[in-house]
Design a protein around this ligand. Structure first.
Ligand code: MTE
Ligand code: MO
Length: 375
């Protein structure tokens, strides 16, 4: 009996010891865990964001330094291009406070371009810079950023999620990114007829695409603009760098065509239903979208795009005379007062035609471009 009791208490002690040991181990494990997260946070704090255009030389700021600025927390909600909602609580500092440290303001710049580690990039236009808070968030929904977001996420409450750049890498502050006056409108549907067309695999569909480089080299002369402006039929308006733009394609058939895209550009940078692309002095206009969103008028039973709205939307300069050119190098010139009821339409073969009533034979098939004639 006695031996059994002794034996039992010996086992009990062993069990107790085991319990104590496992508690100690789990405590150590806990301590290690906190230490690990502590380390991650510190490593994150050391990550640098490059800012250009703030000082003469490039300026670098770490996440840790940003955390020392006054913190703001805001709930923000926005829709993705596909209609889904992005809803987050962003905690971080204001870009404005970062610039204020150097005596500058967000409002001093015409464009601020954010670029991410996955090559995503977006330029924030002046009206957004003037009216909105730009948060550099180091916490989302009260949690440290995950791998898809760190080291920072830009959040601009009230603006589309397109501007909410994850994995922020650099900030380029730009002044004077103004649109060049447009001297020529080139009609995309006609222009692509003379360009090499490639097969472009788009999900399950094999579509046709042209290279943006071919388009501008053929039709935009030697222009080397710093910003390329892109407008879509749904009103989206954005500005792209030459590097991003010139390495891309325009898909000219199939879904969402014309669509600006490239296999190496994140999908969020692709632009569907292109209305126009303003490249230096040339505006490339897609008739297919123009017909949906520009003012139409009717001439002798034909409905087409009214020239007045085309001029207004693309920003084509005022001129006393305009010249219309066809793909096969025919042309006709019209004084501005003759343009009034001029019309661009697509005939039964799908070919673009320019027609103007009055005088003699004022019509042109395979309309390629409309340009300003300066005295
Ligand atoms: N780094 C990076 N940030 C990005 C994108 C991206 O592809 N890469 N897509 C943008 C676009 S187009 C949208 S709509 C939102 C989507 O937000 P979500 O990624 O949190 O869903 O993120 C924006 N920020
Ligand atoms: Mo998007």
């Amino acid at each position: 009996m006695g031996a059994v009791v002794k034996m039992r208490s010996w086992i009990r002690n062993l069990v107790l010891l085991g319990l104590v040991l496992s508690m100690i181990f789990s405590l150590i494990a806990c301590a290690e865990e906190t230490e690990v997260t502590g380390k991650t946070a510190a490593a994150n704090d050391g990550q640098e964001i490059l800012i250009t255009g703030l000082q003469d030389s490039d300026y670098k700021i770490t996440v840790g330094e940003l955390k020392k600025l006054p913190a703001v927390a805001k709930k923000a909600q926005s829709t993705r291009a596909n209609g889904e909602t992005v809803k987050i609580k962003a905690t971080g500092c204001l870009l404005e406070d970062v610039l204020q440290q150097k005596g500058k303001s967000v409002k001093d710049y015409s464009t601020i371009r954010f670029t991410a580690r996955d090559a995503y990039s977006v330029a924030v236009p002046p009206d957004v810079l003037k009216n909105r808070d730009i948060i550099l968030a180091y916490q989302i929904d009260n949690k440290a950023l995950d791998a898809e977001n760190e080291p920072l996420r830009v959040v601009i409450p009230g603006e589309r999620a397109m501007y909410w750049v994850r994995m922020l890498d650099r900030i380029d502050l730009e002044t004077g990114a103004k649109r060049t006056a447009i001297k020529k409108v080139v009609f995309l549907e006609t222009a692509v007829k003379a360009l090499p067309q490639e097969d472009y695999q788009y999900f399950d569909s094999s579509d046709k695409a042209i290279k943006t480089k071919d388009l501008v080299e053929t039709y935009a002369g030697g222009d080397k603009p710093k910003n390329i402006f892109i407008k879509a039929g749904d009103g989206l308006y954005k500005n792209e760098t030459p590097a991003n733009f010139l390495g891309a394609y325009i898909k000219i058939s199939g879904q969402e065509a014309p669509k600006f895209l490239a296999p190496h550009l994140p999908q969020g940078m692709h632009v569907r239903d292109l209305l126009f692309i303003n490249y230096g002095e040339t505006s490339f206009l897609a008739y297919s979208q123009g017909q949906k969103v520009l003012s139409l008028q009717t001439l002798e039973g034909q409905s087409g795009i009214a020239l007045s709205d085309l001029i207004k939307q693309t920003g084509l300069s005022r001129a006393a005379k305009y010249k219309f050119n066809s793909l096969n190098a025919e042309s006709l010139e019209l004084a501005v007062n003759e343009l009034g009821s001029g019309l661009i339409y697509q005939n039964d073969q799908g070919t673009l035609v320019f027609a103007c009533p009055g005088a003699t034979d004022k019509s042109l098939e395979n309309l390629l471009s409309m340009e300003c004639m300066n005295p």
